[in-house]
Design a protein around this ligand. Structure first.
Ligand code: HEC
Ligand code: HEC
Length: 388
């Protein structure tokens, strides 16, 4: 544990942290979290800020262990075959790489590529379009999505956690609740607590930039870093700060993916969408089952025209291990991603750009060697636990 970093943790979290200092290696949850890339509660790897814990959902080792078990439990799907970890596999940086879009029950496909859960604890909103405000809220959605876990409602989950003897005992220990008192609030709080341990930094870039290890990155990766910050302007959205780097600005941008293919249909689609006045849960189903609605991006949530085709800036940590890329998985390699940016937000040079393209996306005129360097830089963002 890095004592100096520890002192930066907000005072609000110190009280609950104090309870855990001195806890030995503890529960299965902590061990698994360590193998999945997280540290002891409250400690953060090089390059990351402290995790903020909601006041009403403090971390405890028993809660984290419970959350991990819930995350891995396939009984919470209509077929008994799909768990959170089906699409967020700890062995694949908590994604389902190399799938383009996720496969749920009966191998039904959605419209979107599964983002990593690693460092999702730092995201201000969840999902590519930010339609969920917290990890707790996010965990309510997949079980009842028709192409993910396929339940009609959350009742089958509650039936299991209220009667399975191990869960009964664990919910009692963690929340002091049993029977009807156990609700989806407790279930999702435990899952979120587990997810807040899935944090990962300490990559070659972190050791070079924050740790002062001059040879942690190769000369080519260092060249790539300079392009990332300067000519490439990548850092304006994939943010690096003085003491930490999340590689996201937590904002939404249209960088010309997916939407380019349906440009002529946008006015009609947008009009239809606004007319439908869908509820939040209808929107959740619609964006994952209807390809064209999915491409509206943040617009489906904010209903603002300039959000059409905008998606949340993803982190770039461990990105070399999570191909394919973008919200629709349409770009197969980091090289293809770089070519898309180099062309100014179109996959083929000369293709028309879409009307809602971010002003931050313009042709870069990088040569082959520079593109290689940028790819090499992104390869330096892999944390040691995912390097194999
Ligand atoms: C069938 C595959 C599948 C299953 C099962 C699944 N997810 Fe996901 N997950 C996805 C996809 C696809 C997205 C992106 C959807 C979107 O943005 O509209 C996602 C997004 C997320 C995000 C948001 C990350 C970010 O950076 O925005 C989190 C967190 C998450 N899932 C956690 C979970 C949890 C917890 C469960 C179990 C309760 C779960 N997922 C079950 C495929 C899946
Ligand atoms: C204007 C903001 C912005 C700029 C500038 C920008 N990005 Fe992105 N980046 C995004 C957004 C938003 C996405 C997701 C877009 C989508 O899925 O439609 C993304 C996606 C990516 C992805 C895919 C990640 C994944 O997990 O799927 C990579 C890799 C990437 N960017 C690298 C770069 C590099 C390298 C640069 C500089 C050459 C750059 N970005 C510049 C906003 C930006």
């Amino acid at each position: 544990m890095d004592a100096q970093r520890h002192t930066r943790i907000r005072v609000g979290t110190l009280l609950c942290l104090a309870a855990f200092l001195g806890v030995p290696d503890g529960s299965g949850g902590l061990q698994a979290a360590a193998s999945g890339g997280a540290a002891e509660i409250g400690a953060v790897p090089l390059g990351l800020p402290p995790v903020e814990y909601p006041a009403d959902n403090p971390q405890t080792p028993a809660k984290i262990a419970l959350g991990e078990k819930l995350f891995m439990d396939a009984r919470f799907s209509s077929t008994g075959e799909v768990s959170c970890s089906t699409c967020h596999d700890p062995k694949k940086v908590f994604t389902d790489s190399p799938l383009k879009v996720s496969e749920g029950i009966f191998k039904l496909t959605g419209t979107r590529n599964a983002p990593t859960v690693v460092n999702a604890a730092y995201m201000q909103t969840q999902f590519w379009d930010g339609r969920s405000p917290s990890l707790e809220d996010q965990a309510l959605h997949p079980p009842v999505n028709p192409v993910e876990m396929g339940l009609k409602d959350h009742q089958p989950i509650l039936d299991i956690v209220r009667t399975d003897p191990e869960y009964v005992q664990q919910f009692k220990e963690v929340f002091g609740k049993s029977g009807e008192a156990v609700t989806m609030t407790e279930v999702t709080q435990a899952i979120a607590a587990f997810e807040r341990t899935i944090i990962s930094g300490n990559s070659p870039f972190d050791r070079w930039f924050f740790g002062g290890e001059a040879d942690a990155m190769t000369p080519q990766q260092i060249q790539g870093y300079h392009l990332f910050v300067n000519e490439g302007r990548c850092v304006s959205c994939h943010v690096i700060e003085q003491t930490q780097a999340l590689f996201t600005d937590n904002r939404f941008h249209n960088i010309g993916v997916g939407i380019n293919a349906i440009q002529d249909q946008i006015p009609k689609l947008a009009r239809e969408f606004l007319k439908a006045e869908a509820t939040a849960s209808e929107v959740d189903k619609k964006v994952l089952t209807d390809k064209r609605t999915s491409e509206l991006g943040r617009f489906a949530i904010s209903r603002k025209l300039d959000d059409i085709g905008s998606f949340k800036t993803p982190t770039l940590r461990n990105v070399a291990k999570t191909a394919p890329y973008m919200h629709d998985g349409s770009l197969a390699t980091l090289r293809e991603v770089m070519e898309h940016y180099n062309n100014g937000g179109v996959t083929e040079p000369g293709d028309p750009v879409n009307d809602f393209l971010s002003s931050g996306i313009r042709p870069l005129n990088l040569n082959d060697e520079e593109i290689d360097a940028l790819v090499a830089f992104m390869e330096a963002l892999t944390s040691p636990e995912y390097a194999q």
